[in-house]
Design a protein around this ligand. Structure first.
Ligand SMILES: NC(=O)c1ccc[n+]([C@@H]2O[C@H](COP(=O)([O-])OP(=O)(O)OC[C@H]3O[C@@H](n4cnc5c(N)ncnc54)[C@H](OP(=O)(O)O)[C@@H]3O)[C@@H](O)[C@H]2O)c1
Length: 370
């Protein structure tokens, strides 16, 4: 069985982690919490030592707006499955978006609210100090100084070991770095979500890790992996005898030594496939071909890039205006995404897509849909 070290390692802050990690956002929809516990334990068994989470990853409701039954927090599932934590395990979380005790969603923009969210993460994970906290922005513009300084103060206090920033521009990263060391940047990025194509190299030159999310889901974002697969991805997958999802992960890891993957899944078989993707070695030609603009395989479901506290009409889209599934994105992110998806759709109009089960695609049984 291929293990997470096949992807190589990166020193995050002062801690060596395997570049193939795990994102915990997809663990909560399943009402059977024993499945999530099993997936988490299997991840660690297979060498995963970098897990991404957030206190607002919860079902029912929460960021994915899914699930039924009693509340399941990803942070608490991690605690249930993995504590007492092994010394080598590194758990990154994020603050900014949050859920108030009343159940309402918030965007923390004061030091006091950020502190409350840090404390919630400490409590739910059952630790005295958080390994890494990302400041998750909902706007890719404006100063981050007050919020990052608040987190830096909590770091000085010993509540946090390392800081990162999420959904940020390079300017915001550089501003944050004047306040405290930035260990990582977590932005959406995939072979068909390339707004931040320059980030891996720009961050590498600064010694900062780039931790992209939506590497598999791509433009489908919170809606998850769709069935439509770009034709070039399917061809490369067939060449390597792997699934298209594994190719997407492999391409991500090929963007630089400082790029760390955090694929999210609630499925043990998918977890094993994702970890195995760390062993795929793409040729330079394949990396180049995969990077050509593709038609974005968006699902038909409307995306929900709602900004908390603003109505759908105010945000200029078909948005619910509730925090719901949209909080993790932010208006500015969503706007840029739409422009990008449209550009790709036009640029890659002649490039075919296929639909079908990943294994079937890898085996060459392709159903062309475009
Ligand atoms: N900083 C931020 O703002 C932010 C935002 C979003 C996410 N994140 C973090 O980034 C992580 C990754 O993002 P993500 O989970 O949204 O998206 P992702 O990793 O790109 O893709 C997850 C989707 O792909 C499916 N999937 C995973 N492995 C698969 C496989 N081998 N074969 C087929 N389908 C597969 C999952 O469904 P199954 O569950 O059925 O496998 C799910 O639908 C999250 O879990 C979260 O920790 C951070």
């Amino acid at each position: 069985m291929i293990t997470a070290d096949a992807a190589g390692t990166w020193t995050l802050g002062d801690h060596s982690v395997n570049r193939m990690g795990f994102g915990s956002m997809r663990l909560t929809p399943n009402p059977d919490r024993t499945v999530a516990v099993r997936v988490l334990r299997r991840a660690v068994e297979l060498g995963v030592n970098h897990i991404d989470t957030a206190a607002f990853y919860v079902s029912p409701g929460g960021i994915l707006d899914r699930g039924a039954g009693p509340a399941r927090y990803a942070t608490e599932l991690i605690r249930e499955a993995l504590s007492p934590y092994a010394p080598g395990l590194f758990i990154a979380t994020k603050v900014g978006p949050g859920i108030l005790p009343s159940g309402e969603f918030e965007t923390a923009d004061t030091p006091a609210r950020l502190r409350a969210q840090v404390e919630e993460n400490l409590r739910r994970l059952g630790v005295d100090r958080l390994d890494l906290v990302n400041l998750r922005l909902t706007r890719r513009e404006g100063s981050v100084a007050v919020r990052f300084a608040a987190l830096a103060a909590m770091r000085e206090e010993g509540l946090i070991r390392h800081l990162g920033i999420s959904n940020a521009t390079l300017e915001q990263v550089d501003e944050a770095a004047t306040i405290a060391p930035v260990a990582c940047v977590q932005n959406s990025f995939a072979l068909d979500l390339r707004r931040d194509a320059d980030m891996p190299a720009a961050l590498a030159s600064r010694g900062i890790a780039f931790v992209p999310f939506f590497a598999i889901a791509g433009p489908n974002r919170e809606d998850g992996a769709g069935s439509a697969v770009d034709g070039v991805v399917a061809r490369v997958a067939a060449t390597h005898g792997v699934t298209p999802h594994q190719v997407r992960l492999a391409w991500t890891l090929h963007q630089g030594d400082n790029v760390l993957a955090i694929p999210g899944t609630g499925d043990e078989r998918h977890l094993e496939q994702n970890i195995a993707a760390g062993a795929i070695r793409l040729s330079d030609q394949e990396v180049k071909e995969l990077a050509q603009p593709a038609r974005a395989p968006r699902s038909s479901a409307p995306h929900r890039d709602a900004e908390p506290g603003r109505s759908g009409a105010e945000q200029g889209g078909d948005l619910s205006g509730q925090f719901g599934a949209g909080l993790d994105l932010g208006l500015a992110d969503g706007d840029a995404f739409d422009v990008e998806a449209e550009r790709h759709a036009q640029a890659g109009a002649e490039r075919p897509q296929v639909a079908g089960d990943g294994q079937a695609l890898a085996a060459g049984r392709l159903e062309w849909v475009g």
